[in-house]
Unconditional design. Structure first.
Ligand SMILES: NC(=O)c1ccc[n+]([C@@H]2O[C@H](COP(=O)([O-])OP(=O)(O)OC[C@H]3O[C@@H](n4cnc5c(N)ncnc54)[C@H](OP(=O)(O)O)[C@@H]3O)[C@@H](O)[C@H]2O)c1
Length: 214
């Protein structure tokens, strides 16, 4: 499958490498393609390439938003709504606000970044997921507790949610994915970030996840 990843940070690079290793043809989108030379060398596979945000969006049958939350709307506008139209956009972003020296969310409670993106791109099927785990865990859930922990998924289009659930199982080996329903449920997974930070500070690393015991 042709996959476009808008975003070239740790998450974008980690997802990109894992997807190339699964046999997909991946283009990473960035404003500075030259800074991805090391990533291209590391992946060392003709199925990996780098381009602008709009080139990555045009390339993908499926597209990821792996940009910083504060830059997501700007990056997706640069990617071009015509390149995203009708496609599934797997949105892993978090609305982090680093101003004032304190880590806050710039949208919460009554709205979410996932919903802001959906409103800005009404013809895109936004599916929010993987925003509650580290990049390393996104692509390798079996590295923790034999995969017995949960991922959440939100989105207004039930078929798109089901399609992405299939991809997450197939691409990365996720076994338990809790479908939270429409995109308003992204408010809760984005707001989980404040708990993730405190757990991270307490256990001293990011290799952990939640399990919903029923
Ligand atoms: N890293 C993780 O473990 C993790 C886990 C869960 C969720 N997330 C979320 O996933 C997203 C990506 O995280 P990350 O750690 O890989 O990288 P990041 O540092 O949060 O974001 C880097 C990407 O954002 C783009 N960007 C930043 N400011 C921009 C602006 N003003 N306009 C347009 N683009 C802008 C950068 O573009 P250039 O390429 O041009 O520099 C780069 O591609 C974030 O929303 C993060 O909260 C990350």
């Amino acid at each position: 499958m042709k996959i476009g990843i808008i975003g070239s940070g740790n998450a974008g690079q980690t997802l990109g490498e894992a997807l190339v290793k699964r046999g997909h043809v991946v283009k990473l989108g960035t404003r500075s393609p030259q800074k991805l030379d090391a990533w291209l060398n590391q992946v060392s596979d003709v199925r990996a390439s780098v381009g602008s945000f709009d080139e990555a969006a045009a390339h993908g049958d499926i597209v990821f938003n792996a940009t910083s939350g504060a830059g997501s709307l700007k990056a997706l506008k640069a990617a071009g709504s015509h390149n995203l139209q009708g496609k599934i956009l797997i949105d892993i972003s978090l609305p982090l606000d680093f101003s004032n020296g304190i880590l806050n969310l710039f949208v919460a409670n009554t709205d979410s970044l996932g919903e802001q993106i959906q409103r800005a791109f009404p013809h895109v099927k936004v599916v929010k997921t993987m925003n509650t785990v580290s990049a390393a865990l996104m692509v390798n859930p079996l590295s923790l507790a034999e995969g017995q922990h949960d991922l959440f998924i939100s989105g207004n289009d039930v078929d798109a949610r089901n399609e992405v659930i299939g991809y997450l199982k197939d691409w990365f080996g996720w076994e338990s994915i809790l479908d939270l329903g429409d995109l308003s449920s992204a408010r809760s997974t984005e707001m989980l970030f404040s708990l993730l930070v405190r757990v991270h500070m307490t256990v001293g690393h990011s290799h952990f996840n939640f399990k919903v015991v029923r």
